[in-house]
Design a protein around this ligand. Sequence first.
Ligand code: KIV
Ligand code: ZN
Length: 533
Amino acid sequence: MTEGSVRIFDTTLRDGEQAPGAGLTAAEKLEVARQLVRLKVDVIEAGFPAASPGDFEAVQRIARETKGVAVAALARCRDGDPQRAVEAIRVAERPHLHVFIATSDIHLKHKLRIGRDEALKQAVEWVRYGRKALGSDAEIEFSAEDASRTDVDYLLDVYEAVVAAGASTVNIPDTVGYAIPAEFGLLVGRVVERVGRDATISVHCHNDLGLATANTLAAVQAGARQVEVTVNGLGERAGNASLEEVVMALRTRPTQFPDLGSGVQTEQITAASRLVSYLTGFAVQPNKAIVGGNAFAHESGIHQDGVIKNPLTYEIMTPQSVGLSGSQLTIGKLSGRRGLQGKLRELGHDLEGEALDGVYRQAIALADAKKEVTDADLLALVEARSSEVPASIALEGWSVTSSHGGNATGTVSLSIGGDVRAAESTGNGPVNALFSAVDKAIQPVLGWRPVLTEYEIKAVSAGEDAQGQVLVRCRRSSDEGTGALIVSGHGLSTNIIEASLEAYLVATNKLHGAEINGVDAAFVTRARTEDIP
Ligand code: KIV
Ligand code: ZN
C-alpha cells in the first residue's frame, strides 16, 4: 500500500451505511471492502460492532479477510461497546479502534445527560482501555462528537487528556455540518497546536450546508492529516465529505496542498462509486462532481470545440484519471475471455476463475439478446454478481397477459425450499399481477408476503434493446412500524418484467434469510441506538 501524506479513512461502511435505506448484507459489505482495498484507501471503517450481531460479524469478516489496509471499528465510550469493537478487529492486520463521546453542551445536556467532567472521564477511560487491549502498535482514535459546536477550551482539554491516555489520532467531527471553512480551519489549527506533535489530527465533516468537502480541505490546509470520507458522499442526512472530491482536489491542486497527496488509486474511483450506488440503491445525481454521469460531458458547442482542440480548455482532470475508460467495448459471440478480462480491468474489476467465467457466459448470452454490449452493460453484469444471495425461493417460470385499458393476469411457478408451487393473480399492470402471484404462492408457506416500498427501473445503456435494471425495496407484511427491516433487491435483464421478478425474489429471499438466521446474522444495520451519530 502506498500511503500518502494525508491518510484516507473511508467510512462508507459505517457512516455511509447509516443513511436510511442503505443497509447492506455482510457479504455486500465485504464486496465494498474489497473495492476499497483496490482503491487503496488507508483505513476502512467497517462498522459499529456493538450495534448488532450482524454488524459485529461483518466487521470481523472484513478485519479477517482484507489485507494491506487498516480496519477500524466504532464504539461509544460505554461499557460493552469498546470490548465488542476490539474483539471484532483484533484479527486485522492493522486494527484501528475508534471511540467517541459527544462533547458539546447541547449533546451533553439533552442526549447524554452528563456534565463535561464526566464526559472527559469516560473518554479517557475508554481510550486507555483500547490502548491496553490492542497494544502499542494499534491505532487508537478518539472523536469528540459535535466538536464544531463544543466550547473550544473544553474541547482542547479533552483532546489533551485522551492523547495522554494513549490516543494516537484525535478526530474533529463536524457532526451536524455546521462549520464554515475558514472557521473550521482555525479550529483545526488550534487542535494541531495543542496536540499535533503527539497525535494525528483527523476531520470528519458532514454535508448539511453542502460544505463537507470545503471544510475537509480547509482542515488539511490547517494541518489535519487524516480525512474521514465516504464514496459518493453517502452518509446520514446530507451525507459526509465525498472521498472522490477530496482525493481529486488534493491531486488536481498540488500547489494548494504541497506534498499532501493521498495514496488512492484514483483510476478505481468510478468502479467504487458504481458499486456503492448499486448495492445501496442510492443513485448518483448526474451533476455530482467527479462521479456524476455529466461530470465529463460537454454539451455546449463552445465547450465541445475547446475540448476537441485541447482538453485542457475545459477539463481540469482527465476522465481516465478517475477510471472512465472512454472507449466502448464491442463484445460479440466470438470474443474471448482474455479480451473481456482486459476490458474489465480497464473498468476497475480484476476478475479471474469462476467469477470471470460467470461474467463471460452472461456477456456472450447478452450479445445474443442485444446488438451491442457496452461498458455499462458489463459493469451491470459484474455488479449483479456482487449482490447474489442464497435463494431458497427460485423462479421456475412465469407468464403474463396484459392489454390496453384492462387488468393484467400473471402466473408464476416458484420452487420454495424444493417444493414447486404455482399461483395466478391479477393486477393493474403486468408487474403488479406477477408480484401479487408471487405473494399468493409464498404467503401460505412463509406466513407473510413481501410488501413493496419502492420500485425503480432504469435502462443500463441507450438503445431500444437495452438491459433494464430494477431496484426494489421490500419489508415483510408481518413486520410493521418504523423498526421494520427493509431490504433491497436488484434484477437485470433485457426483459424488464423478468428483471422485476428477479429483483422481487432477491428481496424476498433476503427477508426469508433474515428470518431463518435471525435478522442480525444476515443484515447489518438494524439495532439503531438513539445516540449513534
Ligand atoms: O458524525 C460524527 O460525529 C461521527 C463520529 C462518530 C465520528 O460519525
Ligand atoms: Zn458522522
